[in-house]
Structures are given as C-alpha cells and as structure tokens.
Design a protein around this ligand. Sequence first.
Ligand code: MRU
Length: 362
Amino acid sequence: MIIKDGTAPVSVRWVGGDDGHLELLDQTRLPGEVVWVECRDVPTVIEAIRSLRVRGAPAIGVAGGYGVVLAAAAARQRNLAPREARDHFLAAAEAIAAARPTAVNLRWAVERVLREVGLSSPPEAASVTPADLIGPLLRAAREIHAEDRRLCSAIGRFGADLLPEGDVLTHCNTGALATGGDGTALAVITTAWSDGRRFRVWADETRPLFQGARLTAWELVQRGIPVTVLCDSAAGHLLATGRIGCCIVGADRITAGGDTANKIGTYGLAVLAAAHGVPFYVAAPSSTFDLSIVDGTEIPIEHRGAAEITSPWGTSIAPPEAEAFNPAFDVTPARLIRGIITERGVIAPVTPDEVARVLGGG
Ligand code: MRU
C-alpha cells in the first residue's frame, strides 16, 4: 500500500508538458500492487480504458481528455498533409470516445477538448494542424481534470450535509480512484467523516470485478474509516437489520428524467432499499448527465466478456458449456432515488423539472 497519510490516492496524471505522456494507476492490480501504466499512444489509452486499468465515469473522462492530446501528438509524428493529419487525429479521438459506451463522461470529455480548440463541428480552419493544437488540447484536458477535483469537493460538501444518521451502504467504487478528485459518493462519506460524523461503511464486493472489495475498501482503509465488505447478495439481509441509514452510489449516465445507469447490482440494491424504507442516494457531477435522453431504457449498456463471470481471476468456476450474462451496468429508475447529489446542489425529488432546475436548464 502506498498512501497511509489519510490523503486520497491519485489515479490519473499527466507527466511533463506538450511532449509529455499520461500515467494511469493500474486499478486491475490493486490492492495487491501499485503499478503505473505509461500511456504514450492512443492504443495504450484505449486498452487501459477497456480493461478497467482506469475506470469510474469521471476518471475515464479525464483520461480520455489527455488521450486526445496523445492523438494529436501521434498525428504530428506521421508527417501527413494537414487534411489527412486532421482526419487521422479525429478518428483517433472518436476511438477513445467509443472505448466504453455507458459512462457519458468519456465522450463528453473528448468532445469538450475538441470543442475548446474549435474542432467539434465543421468548417475547421484549413491551416490548423494537430501539431498546432497540442498545447491548447493539453490546457483543455488539464482544465477538465482540475474542474473534476472542484466538482468532487462540492459534491462531498452537499452530500455530507444531508447524510442521515446510521451506517452507510455503497456499491462499486466511487472514490479518488474513480475520479480526478476525491470521488463522488465516496467523497460524501469521507467529507462526513472529516466533519466528525462516525459510522461504518458497508461496501458491496461488486461482482464480477470486485471494485467494492478491492478498491472502495482499500481507499477507506487508507483513510482510517471503518469498512465491512459483503457479498452483493447479502445486502437485503443487511438492510433488514435496520442499521443502514442510507445507501449511496455513483453514476455512469443520468437522463433528463433522473434515471441512472450505474454498476450492475445498483438497481437491485435500490429495490431492496425501497422495500426496507432506506433512502437511496446517487452522487454525480453534471458531466454525468445526458440531457438528450429522458428514459433510462435508452442508455447504452456495456456487455462484457463471459470469462469475467465464468473464470474470475483465471479460475474456472462454471462448466465450459455454460453461457454467461455479463451486463456491466443497470438502470435505476428515478422513482427509486431519494436524491441526486451534484456539484450544483441536490436534486430532490428526482423529477425532470427538478433535474432541469438544479442543473440550471429550467
Ligand atoms: O465498470 P466501472 O468500474 O468503470 O464502473 C464504475 C461505476 O459504476 C461507478 O459507480 C461510476 O462510474 C461512478 S464513479 C464516481
């Protein structure tokens, strides 16, 4: 373990200036090993996003923004004519945006850095080449990163102020590892703890990739916050004991109506929380909202390979003839969510009008 001073771990960093590179804390190796992946080209960034070396909606957005800088550097290296260089660069940026489909932050960040250099929509200035853009792209990517730190702090503050008494149950990992700052749902928990509130955090292990057991428990241990890991299937039994004051989770995409995609198992947890009268909160920055859709059924759900289910960590646990169902995310309908904590305030009740009001659109 590296961090024992109570500060949050860093998961994404840009090393150097315009000719620098991206480094990602390899989350597939945690908590056993602390290994940084050096990304000097776009394929390495895409591989890291797809294999969850970097993961969590805001963190893949931050990594995607820096990935666009590497795409421009690669286009420069190829010594192409300006038009070809730009086409090559934009194709690489699109490949980054499409690396994982559910978390909207990834495409949002790629489009934002492109927009900030005037490349989101034609016509583009014919004289502008990717080489000219590296500096401005890096500034835009750094701004997304810095902004995410600020958003996490604001979410932590708003959430800590409404966290009810009692223990807290969470799902997946929503901490510093999953963001450019202190986290979303986990920032609510750590801010409340810093305020002097005392409780235990119950972390669903989060099958099949164990983000709760491996990453959330690791982050909380670093910060000295008591944590108990449970099988996802033990959540109903735990809620029935009455000791959980609230459930709080993150999000990968939230519609204009408040329907929320998050790690598989979140929907089941929300149903269980409703059955036991336990408030269920979502914490997410405005960059996780996709206001182009209202209904959660329109959110694209990533389906991952069978081996994650049938052979966790390479150990076969099912007959080879068995098929696997492996959606990485599910959608929790707005009606099951007590409030959505954003950096702009808390959306409660979770209705289209309230989403628009808090996000400033209505
Ligand atoms: O597949 P993952 O690990 O990237 O899924 C992450 C989640 O579902 C998180 O809860 C979500 O991205 C919010 S992170 C602040």
